[in-house]
Structures are given as C-alpha cells and as structure tokens.
Design a protein around this ligand. Structure first.
Ligand code: SF4
Length: 250
C-alpha cells in the first residue's frame, strides 16, 4: 500500500478548480524557497504519511465533490505517490488538477500522457531569466529551462491549463520584468494575476510588511499580458476577467 506525505486535506473548496467543487490535498515539500510563500509549513518536507487508499476512500464518501486539487508545497517531489494518487482518483472518476512550480516536466508529461490529470496550474512567478532565480531563491538555472519545457508541454497538450503569478510589489513588478514576463507567457490561453496578500504569514517574515497591490495596480499590470484571457484575482473583486479582443470576430 503506497503512502504519501501531506500537510493536510481541505474537504471542500469552490475556488480551486474552475466551476467545480473540489477537495484539496496539500503535499509536503518544495524545492523552491520563494520568500513570499504563504505555506512555509509545507516546504520543509515534514508532515504526516497517510495511505493513498485512505485519502481516496475519504474523498469518495463526500458525494458533493467533483474534483480533487493536488497542491503543495510541490506535488511532483513525490513522483511515485503522485502518480498513484492521480491514478486512483481517475479510476474513481474524479477530475484531477495539479498545481505545480514547473520543476519536473517529465513527470507532468507522464501524467498527461497517462490521462491521470485534467487541469494543470503552472506558476510562472517572474520573467524566465536570471530574475527567476532571485525570486525563488534557488540558484539553479535548470529550473528556468524546466519551466519553459512545462509551458511547451502544456501548449502542445489537449488538457486545460493556466499559467499564473502572484504580483509581489518590489519583487516582480518592475516594467522591465513585466515586459519580459508578458512575452514569456504570451502563448498561454489563460493567464492569472494574483494579488499578493501576506496577512497570514510568509516564509521570509520581512515580506509580511509589504503592502498588497490594489486591484487598480493589477489592472495596470495586466496591460503587459496579451493572452486571450487574463484574469485578476483580488479580494476587492474576487475573480475578474480582463478580456482581450484580438480580432473583429470575437
Ligand atoms: S510559493 Fe514557492 S516555496 Fe512556496 S510552495 Fe510555491 S514554489 Fe514552493
């Protein structure tokens, strides 16, 4: 019986899988050290081990659940457990969404090829250059190439996906960075701009003093992103789409 290391399970979320009711599994461990991370307790890899069968059996008891979101931490750091969890969830007809930092393109491809995942949310936290390493606080250029690979895998797949970033004032919102960032993600159909909200704690405590960008700040920042659909997530408005009219026919 295979186990998985988790930080916890949320029984019901209406915001983590588009238009579905979902359970959320928080997997333990992360290979990035983003100073603005909202889940510092999930990145050290400590946590409780639980059997995958037990997780799936518990979710099955909740007949109001359509989907399961697997997030972290970084779910791909437990590759065999992640594959088995997704396999069992699909066997039980749940929709499966994975939130990833993009550091394991081969595993993402395997999960897509096996049809074990329906939706991927990929964090692209900054322009895909040296700046990225400043933002994730890990000096390993390979990660940037891997995230590019995941973007290509998603673009060439038929599954639903979104790219997303939290906008952290002073860290990833300079015009120069946004120009490049917009260019790096321009082919994604959906791009999500998230409001940085540090009130519940961050990995680097100094980030708790940073003021959240306002909805209007995010609207200005959205101009750098030319995707077909750009969505702003901010507490003032919930979720708001900034539509792009690309031609006369839509
Ligand atoms: S915000 Fe960064 S450090 Fe935190 S879980 Fe996500 S990738 Fe890991």
């Amino acid at each position: 019986m295979k186990n998985i290391k988790i930080g916890g399970i949320l029984d019901l979320s209406t915001v983590d899988y588009p238009k579905k009711t979902a359970a959320v599994v928080f997997m333990q461990g992360c290979n990035f050290r983003c100073p603005f991370c909202y889940n510092p307790d999930l990145i050290n890899g400590k946590g409780k081990e639980i059997s995958i069968k037990e997780i799936v059996e518990n979710i099955k008891k909740k007949d109001f659940i359509d989907a399961v979101v697997i997030t972290g931490g970084e779910p791909t750091l437990q590759p065999e457990s992640l594959i088995e969890l997704c396999r069992q969830l699909k066997e039980n007809k749940f929709l499966v969404k994975i939130d990833t930092n993009g550091s394991n393109p081969l595993l993402i491809k395997e999960l897509i090829d096996k049809k074990f995942v329906d939706y991927i949310a990929l964090d692209v936290k900054a322009p895909l250059n040296e700046k990225y390493l400043d933002v994730i606080k890990v000096k390993n250029k390979d990660f940037v190439n891997k995230i590019r690979d995941v973007i290509d895998i998603l673009k060439n797949s038929s599954i639903e996906y979104e790219l997303r970033t939290p906008i952290v004032p002073g860290l990833n919102d300079s015009p120069k960075d946004l120009e490049q960032h917009g260019n790096d993600v321009k082919d994604a159909k959906i791009f999500i701009l998230e409001q940085f909200t540090p009130e519940n704690g961050t990995l680097d405590k100094s980030f708790e003093k940073i003021k959240s960008p306002s909805y209007n700040d995010l609207k200005e920042i959205a101009k750098y992103f030319k995707n077909k659909k750009v969505v702003i997530k901010a507490r003032e408005v919930g979720e708001q789409e900034v539509s792009r009219i690309n031609c006369g026919c839509n």
